[in-house]
Write a protein that binds this ligand. Structure first.
Ligand code: ZN
Length: 152
């Protein structure tokens, strides 16, 4: 179990649509629970090169490491590999007349984005993720928290 997981209680992720709607900011709810897509080139994470970890903004599940992030030019934060095999769920998505693979958070099943086969090595995959459902923690921040904890 990842110690950085914010909400260890599984009841947290089993909510009705009404409950999610009340709980989440409108833009997060739209993407995460209604499978919406944020406008391209609007995410502050798109060109970020900070070292750290990207978490699910809904449940705190660790999703991607900054060293697997790359500039895809597609308009959304892009990664070539998730943090672990179980951090993400894959679903067939045939909406809009396209054959795509949707990716959801492995923990709370929030919609994150899609994965495509035109990414860089070593995986050749491009995880095209809506920045609004990502929560970033820099490595420095994490280290600081860890140090503070160990001082007490
Ligand atoms: Zn999640």
């Amino acid at each position: 179990m990842d110690k950085t997981t914010v909400h260890a209680d599984s009841s947290f992720v089993n909510k009705t649509d009404e409950e999610w709607k009340k709980l989440l900011p409108a833009d997060v709810y739209y993407v995460a629970r209604q499978k919406g897509t944020e406008r391209p080139n609007t995410s502050k994470f798109e060109h970020s090169k900070e070292i750290g970890t990207y978490y699910c903004a809904v449940c705190g599940n660790a999703l991607f490491r900054s060293d697997t992030k790359f500039e895809s030019g597609c308009g959304w934060p892009s990664f070539y590999e998730p943090i672990s095999k179980t951090s993400i769920i894959y679903l067939k998505d045939n909406s809009f007349g396209m054959e795509r693979t949707e990716v959801e958070c492995g923990r709370c099943k929030s919609h994150l984005g899609h994965v495509f086969n035109d990414g860089p090595p070593p995986t050749g995959l491009r995880y095209c993720i809506n920045g609004v459902v990502l929560d970033f923690k820099s490595a420095q921040e994490a280290q600081k928290k860890y140090d503070e904890k160990n001082k007490q």
